[in-house]
Write a protein that binds this ligand. Structure first.
Ligand code: PGA
Length: 246
């Protein structure tokens, strides 16, 4: 079983063009030689700038969202093909901020993942429970609903091309990290759901990952890397997290 580790920086709706260029350039020497694949996901308007900046480095570029449609009359949307054209290799779909603030249902997230695969991008499919759902004892039910919605859209053989990211909603941007045990239990459960796709599917953890807790989280058997929000906006913190992956 070999799963290439992956650490992804989700810049969310932060920074300006100059900062996007500065941050991406500053990151390159700091992550040279790390064992993990490294991806940064800037806001849409800065994708081309950042992709140009990173062209001759090993750091790849991803977007934070895409349309579930092919190019056409969809005002305000961005097609997966356009992201490839802009220099992206990855795209995050189904982040909890999109599921909750923009009412994205699991079926829409699955459509986005499918559009991404069709365009040649690797979708990073986020899933996770809220605190209310965890307290009500429904975590596994929620994770299963979100993950099986994706499975329904894909042949099992295609699932291994996707990356999954467990992001408990209560741990995102809160400074509260899920305990290593909570993370491993959730990851093992989802790997079980995805068993048909084989052992190579990568499952990342996201939610208040910092340089101080990354090594412990990344050492867990079923954790293949991280999806990093706040700490990815500082090149030193993000590089330290990448180094923690080994
Ligand atoms: P955080 O965000 O690291 O700031 O908690 C993670 C994410 O939302 O992907």
């Amino acid at each position: 079983m070999s799963r290439q580790p992956l650490v992804v920086g989700n810049w969310k709706m932060n920074g300006r063009r100059a900062e996007a260029r500065r941050l991406s350039a500053a990151l390159v020497p700091l992550v040279k030689g790390v064992a993990t694949e490294v991806v940064v996901c800037p806001p849409f308007p800065y994708l081309v700038d950042v992709a140009d900046q990173l062209q001759s480095s090993l750091v790849k570029v991803g977007a934070q969202n895409c349309s579930d449609h092919a190019p056409g009359a969809f005002t305000g949307e961005v097609a997966a093909e356009m992201l490839v054209d802009a220099g992206c290799h990855y795209v995050i779909v189904g982040h909890s901020e999109r599921r909750t603030l923009y009412q994205e249902a699991s079926s829409l997230v699955a459509g986005k993942a499918q559009a991404a695969i069709a365009a040649g991008l690797v979708p990073i499919v986020c899933f996770g429970e809220t605190l209310e759902e965890r307290d009500a004892g429904t975590t596994e039910k929620v994770l299963a609903e979100q993950v099986t919605a994706i499975q329904r859209q894909f042949e099992p053989a295609l699932i291994e091309k996707l990356v999954f990211a467990y992001e408990p909603v209560w741990a995102i941007g809160t400074g509260v990290t899920a305990s290593p045990e909570q993370v491993e239990v959730a990851h093992r459960f989802v790997r079980g759901l995805l068993a048909e796709a084989g052992e190579t599917v990568r499952i990342l953890y996201g939610g208040s990952v910092k340089p101080g807790n990354a090594a412990e989280l990344f050492s867990l058997e079923n954790v293949d890397g991280g999806l990093i929000g706040g700490a990815s906006l500082d090149e030193h913190s993000f590089a330290a997290i990448c180094q923690a992956m080994g």
